[in-house]
Design a protein around this ligand. Sequence first.
Ligand SMILES: [Zn+2]
Length: 330
Amino acid sequence: MKERIFRRGAHGGHEPAENDQLAPQSKFKPEPRAVADEVNSSAIIIPCPTCKEPLYVKELENNLHVCPKCGAHLRLNARQRLTYTVDEASFVEWDTDVRPTDPLGFAIGNDGYATKLSASQKKTTETEAMITGRGTINGTPAAIAIADFTFMGATMGSVYGEKIARAAERATRERLALITFNASGGARMQEGLFSLMQMAKTTAAVARLGDAGLPHIAVLTDPCYGGVTASYATVADVMLAEPGARIGFAGKTLIEQNMRQKLPDDVQTADFQLKHGMIDEVVHRRDLRQVLGALLALYGTPRMLIAPPLDEATLPGARAAEPVLSAAHA
Ligand SMILES: [Zn+2]
């Protein structure tokens, strides 16, 4: 097949490459911050990405990857998030057989999407940047979806979106709350229009969850940008964020360049978004399990436990369960 070349920016997406090693064309530039796989390397001591103090990796792990000196919340991969938040051994993963494909034959020079996918899968041992399943938090069951920033910057492609949509649909059928842990650089440019379609698909799926009287609780973690912020992640019933998380659509520098004016230094931080009404609370990582457990209990008792399971066909706006996109269902 003739090699096709796609240029960044054709669809307005912006994808920070994993480990913050940014492609030269990238418009979204997260500040350097240690990510899970770096922390998991063989190093015994690493500098805190925020206060630069030397930290023992062991001590960091025992402190949920929160810097004991300055309180910076370092990024977690999906499995670490699972360990820190979901009750031990309660998680049953869904849709592990839905794997990404390369629908556009995307390549820049010799750097093909298929190669990049395969390298990310090998590095993270995940098949995609999103894992979903059912687990309990403080004893209350919920559908749980966790983005993994170490996998291609947790960009939302067709499989990422498909897994979110399926998780919302299963939550609706099984009368579970949906908790999403979100971090993303936006739409996955290598899947072009297929990525953008996920915004509508995921938003529609969580809307049907809401129509069935079930809550969606979103936790925004660092960094949460682009098509994820602009779709399902910010239409939740309750929106929480971790301290210091940066949350926005386009990056600050890009906005400043377009508006030709300086933005406040703290723009797009969790505290800024709280102050301006975009999120409901900033929650320290050590408190997250308790807060989510309390929210599940508050939402769950009257609606999820008493109301009978709904027939999917009778749900408002019900549609056939077939996936909309070309995620690799085969
Ligand atoms: Zn620190």
